[in-house]
Design a protein around this ligand. Structure first.
Ligand code: LCV
Length: 259
């Protein structure tokens, strides 16, 4: 059964997340469909892509599929994790990917949205970044996605509180481009996409790739990288990581020990 819908209208493609039973959790299967859709749109040389959920949805995406996270003793967000694939496909797509947001966005789905090139949200939309809720050690490139989306003060608020941030606050922080009434969200977003699609696609593709290269150019020494990876391992090997995952699965509040 399809977990997403795709559509092409002229030079604009749309990928719609459509797995409401699991609140569009970014499972391996759902991510695979999104990635396949992006690759098809790239082959068709589309000039803008809109990533959305079904109209009127309460939850845009519940983030990483917690059921697919490792129990422990393995990096939960390694290079080949589906979420990491999705982020790279969005960043590498040779045209703007526009996130159109209704409903709440959680965890890795917030990173997915912030990895998009433009973000248009309804006033009711919220964005939560939840590693601290689950005891997950987010990964280095994921941290960079957030740092490229907002200043470090806002990033720390999102990460250290794990609380949903309103679209209005995110817009004021410069983390999203537009907040548009739900009734106008679709026409506004498609208007934006079609305006972009009339411009020079090669110029836009090259500027997007330049910005990806420049925004990823943060010197981290090998020693620094290994220190970070070592620290992350102490987290995903910890009691708290297992407790966070178990509590989610058992639908109860976690009790973290700091070990
Ligand atoms: C699998 C789910 C999920 C889900 N995975 O509906 O950023 S990090 O580091 O944390 C990263 C690792 C990450 O992204 O982790 C995931 C972070 N996501 C969250 O913390 C959000 C978890 N979900 C929720 O808080 C609620 O589901 C929301 C508020 C999104 C929706 O609440 P609602 O009451 O509408 P349910 O909670 O009843 O969920 C409906 C079904 O979707 C599953 C959930 O287990 C349930 O399945 P069953 O009907 O089989 O019980 N589900 C929800 N989120 N992330 N499965």
């Amino acid at each position: 059964m399809a977990l997403t819908n795709t559509n092409v209208d002229g030079n604009v493609g749309t990928i719609t997340l459509n797995n409401p039973e699991k609140r569009n959790a970014l499972s391996d299967a759902l991510v695979h469909e999104v990635v396949e859709g992006l690759r098809d749109f790239s082959a068709r040389r589309l000039r803008a892509v809109i990533l959305r959920a079904m109209p009127g949805v309460k939850v845009w995406s519940a983030g990483h599929d917690v059921g697919e996270l490792p129990e422990g003793r393995r990096d939960p967000l390694g290079w080949d994790d589906p979420l990491r694939h999705l982020i790279r496909e969005i960043e590498d797509f040779p045209a703007p990917v526009i996130a159109m947001i209704e409903g709440t966005v959680w965890g890795g789905a917030s990173e997915t949205v912030f990895a998009c090139d433009l973000i248009v949200a309804s006033p009711e939309a919220t964005f939560a970044v939840t590693p601290a809720k689950l005891g997950v050690p987010y990964n280095v490139t994921g941290m960079l996605t957030f740092l490229n989306a907002a200043n470090i003060r806002i990033v720390k608020e999102l990460l250290f509180t794990a609380k949903p941030m309103t679209a209005a606050r995110a817009e004021r922080a410069g983390a999203i481009n537009y907040v548009v009434p739900a009734a106008e969200l679709e026409s506004f977003t498609y208007g934006l996409a079609n305006d972009i699609a009339l411009l020079a696609p090669l110029s836009i593709a090259v500027m997007k790739e330049q910005l990806r290269v420049l925004s990823g150019a943060h010197p981290v020494s090998p020693r620094g990288f290994e220190r970070v990876q070592g620290l992350r391992r102490t987290v995903y090997d910890s009691f708290d990581y297992g407790e966070g995952i178990s509590a989610f699965r058992e639908k109860r509040r976690p009790v973290f020990r700091g070990e």
